[in-house]
Design a protein around this ligand. Structure first.
Ligand code: IPE
Ligand code: IPE
Ligand code: MG
Length: 223
């Protein structure tokens, strides 16, 4: 594809509504959403995208009922166990970014294990944002900058070394950033779709890339 984004990021929204429409528990929507993660990751690799990042759980999402938070964390744990083979086969490097201190020791060690195992894979980097918010990221970066010096915030953000997202996709019809990569999204292109996350699959991902390929990015300059 022409004019391929280097970094595609997805705000995966609409799992609860997907389940509700079917008279199911919200958790079933999250479970179905894992299938969309798998589909988009495969399509991203196929198209040659170098970075795919996914907003999976925000700092604000901790305010959901304990049962839902527990189900989401358990699903994360299960996915880490089950997807390791696919990641190795596809050359995917796996990273989790966010406020890792809020995650359980068991989840943190499973994440670190997968990060280590996939560290030298270089076809695509898949980043899962967990317990992440843009304001939290900027605040922690500012604190580190004050301690260590320097006049640039970028090296202290959790995304240091990762190119800013070229394209941010949000599913479920909401047109907001919900405290995602506030700093990094300064010049991102946005793609909104009414499709609920569990329904967003390969062809939808390709449609978003196709839409992006026609965008004219000017970065404030005159072309
Ligand atoms: C996205 O789906 C998953 C997370 C935010 C964890 P939601 O759970 O927000 O689904 P809706 O927006 O209620 O439909
Ligand atoms: C955004 O979805 C966060 C994630 C997709 C992880 P939310 O469902 O939490 O966002 P709001 O509440 O609709 O803004
Ligand atoms: Mg939502």
């Amino acid at each position: 594809m022409d004019n391929l984004p280097v970094h595609v990021s997805i705000i995966m929204d609409g799992n609860g509504r997907w389940a509700k429409e079917r008279g199911l528990e919200r958790e079933k929507g999250h479970l179905e959403g894992v299938g969309s993660v798998r589909a988009c990751a495969q399509e991203a690799v196929r198209q040659g995208v170098k970075y795919l990042s996914l907003f999976a759980f925000s700092e604000e999402n901790w305010k959901r009922p304990d049962s839902e938070v527990g189900a989401l964390m358990a699903l994360m744990m299960k996915s880490i166990r089950e997807e390791v083979g696919t990641m190795m086969e596809n050359g995917i490097r796996f990273l989790v970014l966010g406020n890792r201190a809020r995650l359980s020791d068991a989840l943190n060690s499973a994440i670190s294990g997968l990060e280590k195992k996939t560290a030298s894979n270089n076809t695509m980097t898949m980043i899962v944002f967990l317990s992440y918010s843009g304001q939290w990221d900027i605040a922690q970066a500012a604190r580190k900058m004050a301690e260590n010096g320097g006049d640039s915030i970028e090296p202290y953000l959790v995304t240091a070394g990762i190119p800013d997202p070229d394209l941010i996709i949000r599913t479920s019809g909401e047109q907001r950033i919900s405290n995602y990569m506030l700093w990094q999204a300064a010049y991102s292109e946005f793609y909104f779709t009414a499709k609920l996350w569990p329904d967003f699959r390969e062809a939808d991902f390709r449609a978003a890339l196709n839409d992006y390929s026609g965008r004219d990015r000017r970065y404030g300059k005159v072309k």
